[in-house]
Design a protein around this ligand. Sequence first.
Ligand code: DC
Length: 209
Amino acid sequence: MTKLIIAIDGPVGSGKSTIARSVARLLGYSYLDSGAMYRALAWKALRDGVLLDSPASLAVLAENMRIDLTQDGGALRVSVDGADVTEAIRSADVARAASQVAVVPEVRSVLVDQQRRAGQFGGVVMEGRDIGTVVFPDAHLKIFLDASPEVRAERRRREYLAKGQAVQPAAMLEQVRERDLRDRERVASPLARAADAVLVDNTAMDAEE
Ligand code: DC
């Protein structure tokens, strides 16, 4: 049986991780969170004091670091050069820095190559912003998830709260809008729905639906 490549794209808080993870589990496929790779690079740039507006330095960093995504039961573990950064890459600072490094074409080309290698044999559910448009334009199935900014901000706010970080709803909505803008309007591989992607607006749906 053909092992499919399933691409799931969408903005922050659209439910990509939840859905991609459970579909992968149901099908016995591997799950790849491409956003975790941009976050891992951003984490390293912040730690090493690499300027986020220096494409050349970021490209060198991307080429010389090792990002490992491993599945530990249902959970995804992320490491950079052997150090576990699973929790560290989920902070608000790293999220902001990730959306900045993700605008750099040289960074994208290094990470996209790694994503293609990871998915080349199929049997993978990959989530991100450009999986159906750039990484795997020939994916067997493409899903574009979306929901209203207010609902996405509320989902994010609850995730942070569950980790003990309280963020005001208005501030969360502002962050979501800021990241949407940066993801959608950048020149290099902006977040966009592929023409052949199935659009699922889950504003009024729960994960099970
Ligand atoms: O999905 P996420 O929030 O973990 O992604 C972190 C950042 O990386 C986000 O600003 C968008 C960017 N990203 C991207 O540009 N391309 C991808 N394929 C995945 C994420």
